[in-house]
Structures are given as structure tokens and as C-alpha cells.
Write a protein that binds this ligand. Sequence first.
Ligand SMILES: O=C(O)[C@H]1O[C@H](OP(=O)(O)OP(=O)(O)OC[C@H]2O[C@@H](n3ccc(=O)[nH]c3=O)[C@H](O)[C@@H]2O)[C@H](O)[C@@H](O)[C@H]1O
Length: 446
Amino acid sequence: MTQLKPILTHLDSIPSTPGKFKPDKSSPYNLYRLRFHPTLFPRFTLWSFFFIFFIVLLIFFSSPTNPTAGNSRRSLKNSLSPSPALGPNWERRVRASARPRSKTGFTVLVTGAAGFVGTHVSLGLKRRGDGVLGLDNFNQYYDVGLKKARQGLLERSGIMVVEGDINDAVLLRKLFDAVAFTHVMHMAAQAGVRYAMQNPGSYVHSNIAGFVSLLEACKTANPQPSIVWASSSSVYGLNSKVPFSENDRTDQPASLYAATKKAGEEIAHTYNHIYGLSITGLRFFTVYGPWGRPDMAYFFFTKDILRGKEIKIFETSDHGSVARDFTYVDDVVKGCLAALDTAKKSTGSGGKKKGAAQLRIYNLGNTKPMPVGRLVSILEKLLKVKAKKKVIQMPRNGDVPFTHANITLAHTELGYKPTTDLEMGLKKFVKWYVSYYGSKKKKSSW
Ligand SMILES: O=C(O)[C@H]1O[C@H](OP(=O)(O)OP(=O)(O)OC[C@H]2O[C@@H](n3ccc(=O)[nH]c3=O)[C@H](O)[C@@H]2O)[C@H](O)[C@@H](O)[C@H]1O
């Protein structure tokens, strides 16, 4: 302390303008300066350098356990120095993919494009001449190999799928800067009813934070796109009035998944109200079909029946059947495209509302609920294998006993009319399943 004091006092006498300092040769403390400067200062700088270097290394190489942190770091990197993937060549590919075949075609951003419904919707849009750009984060909720295979399918049809998260605001801005999207088909979500008990955070991340991030980008874009997005039949929760109509109560969600989809509907209302975004929500009813999701019952029942593994069929507490209004993917795609075609333009610009905008919600179901036992017997017939069945009481993990859609509104306003029954739809699914997994004997991690 007694040695430091002279050094500190000496620092007090340094003038604020460097270079004007004249050492006081008569000062008794000059001896300290002469002794300490050549040795202490370089040692101090060396240690500071190592310390800063270590911190920088730590920031750049630590693995992102929090996906949002990962995104923000990537965003920061993107904003500082765009990676080659975001360079002029990348932008050219983005624009080419989004360009419609004719002047009247739409320019659509499809989020969750490598997902099940996202892939089918993207192909449907491209087939009729719309321009499509896909966005998908390829998360590991289920087999990424299947998502990559869907991406391959899309790329062979001229659809580029950008790998990125809807929470990445910098990436979204780059996409909206590169392309004037007329529509956004928002299919990206954390799906699955039961998984919400294992990983609640991923539902908040994708279905709430991600949706807000996307709507922020849409409201700022010029022109503002019209938005069609995937809500869910699960919002009806414990509603017991059948069939489920759009104006039935949806304030009793049975799972966090359902709660985040319901929150999405409220968030949509807010962005419509404040910014004039045209938004249409579609409540999907247990969509199934080729290229489907391995986490869904029809898919893993098929896998387990073929492998001779026991399957669990849920029943209600009073031994009643659990039933779903299974809806074939091609029917749902027709509903999605009709929603896009009937969507009015958003009214805002530059983040400001100019007038009232369209806000809609529709059920896209099949109107023919089927017991899960019936689903299994159709699969047994198609696969020509007897299932090892175990009937158990439905666990309390977010499931609801039945779903049943009233589709009058979608029929009247969108011309929606499902035409594929469960037998025909499962036949198409099994045909695809056998060609994808059976003959190729692909390794799968699901
Ligand atoms: O409409 C929706 O909005 C949701 O549909 C889908 O959810 P669900 O209808 O629950 O489909 P899915 O898991 O295939 O279970 C089907 C049936 O099998 C029963 N089931 C399930 C598992 C099992 O081991 N046994 C069983 O009997 C089970 O009780 C149920 O009766 C989507 O996954 C979801 O993301 C969301 O989009």
C-alpha cells in the first residue's frame, strides 16, 4: 500500500492531453517510475492480452445450450460480416426460388418448409406457378434425415429451403429485404401434444417467441404480406360440444402445445389490430399422409407393427374409445391454398396500420372421427401383419379423448371439401412408407 500510493499520486498529476506531460525530475518518486515502467507495464499488458483472448475464445466456442443465445450470436455474426451463405450468390438463389412463373402468381415465404405439411404446401404452391422460398431450422425433434429428404424433394422442384430459425430477426430482415413476399405461409412450429411435458421451453421458443419474431418482420416489411398460419384442433381442449365450431370455447387447453397455439391466435389478433396485418389461422385436425411425422401415432404404429413390437392403444377412463378426426394431407393443402387465394391484402405499411384488415380462423378437419382402434385395424389390413395391441388408459399427458371438426365455415368461405377417407389416406401413406423405409432399408433414428 505504501509503495502503491506514490504511483497513484503520480497518475493524478498526468494531464488529460497526452504528450504534454513533462516529468518532474526533482520528484523523489521518479525512482519508482524508472524501476516499475520497464517491468510491470509489459507484464500487465501481457496478462491482460491473455485474459481478453481467453474471454473471446470462450464466447465463440462455447456450445449454445440456449437456442435463442445461439441465434443471437449467429445474428451478431451475420450483421457484422455476412457469411458466404448470405452473400450475393445466396441472394440470387433466394430471389430465383421466390419468383412466380407468371405476373399474377404469389411470392410466398413458407416457414417450416422441411416439415410435413410445409413440404406438401410448398409443392402445391410451386406446382400451380407460385414462387416459393422455404425456411426451416431442421431441429432434432425427429429424424433430421427425413427433413433433409423432404428438402431434396423440394429442391428438385426448384424450391430453395434456407436453413434458419424464425427467431433470427437478422435473417428474416435479409429475406424480406431480398424479396417482396406477397404471402407468408407459416407452418414452422414445435409440434406434438405429449412432448410438451418433456420440453416445454421449445414450445414457447417456436410457437410464441418465433411467431412474434415472424410477425414483427411482416409488420415492418414493405409491402406487408398476408399471413396464413397453422393453428391446431387442440385449442378446443376440454370443449365437449361436438362437432367443434370456430366460435366454440377455446379457453380450456389440455396441453402446453394447445396453450401455445391458442396464444398464437391471440397474438395474431393483436398484430392484426395494431399493424393491419391480414392473418388467417387454420385449425388442423390430426393431419396424416406420405412424408408424415414419425412422432405421430399412425406413423410409429406402422413402424412397430412391422417390427412385431407392442403398440399401446389409449382408451378413456370409462373404457370408451379415443377418437380423432384424421385428415389427409392433400385435403389440408387444398384448404391452405384456398386460404391464401381468399386472403385480402394487409393494410399497413412501414409498421403503421392504414385501415382494418382481415382476421380469420377456420377448421380444416375431415368431419369423420375414427377410433384409434379402427386406425390400427386398417393398418393391420394394409400391412398384412397382426398388431401386438395393448389397450391402456389414456395417460394424463395433454391428450384429449376426441376431436371432431365442423367445417361449414371453411366450406362456405374457402370451398374446402375433404375427399380422402381414412382407408384411402392410410393406403397412400403405407405405400410411401414401404418405398421410403422398406425397400431402401434406411437407417432411422426415430
Ligand atoms: O390436431 C392437432 O392439432 C394435433 O394432431 C396431432 O396430435 P394427436 O391428435 O394427438 O395425434 P397423434 O399423436 O398421432 O395421436 C393420435 C391418436 O392416437 C392416440 N395414441 C397416441 C399414442 C399412443 O401410443 N397410443 C394412442 O392411442 C392418441 O391419444 C390420439 O387419439 C399432432 O401430433 C399435433 O401436433 C397436432 O397437430
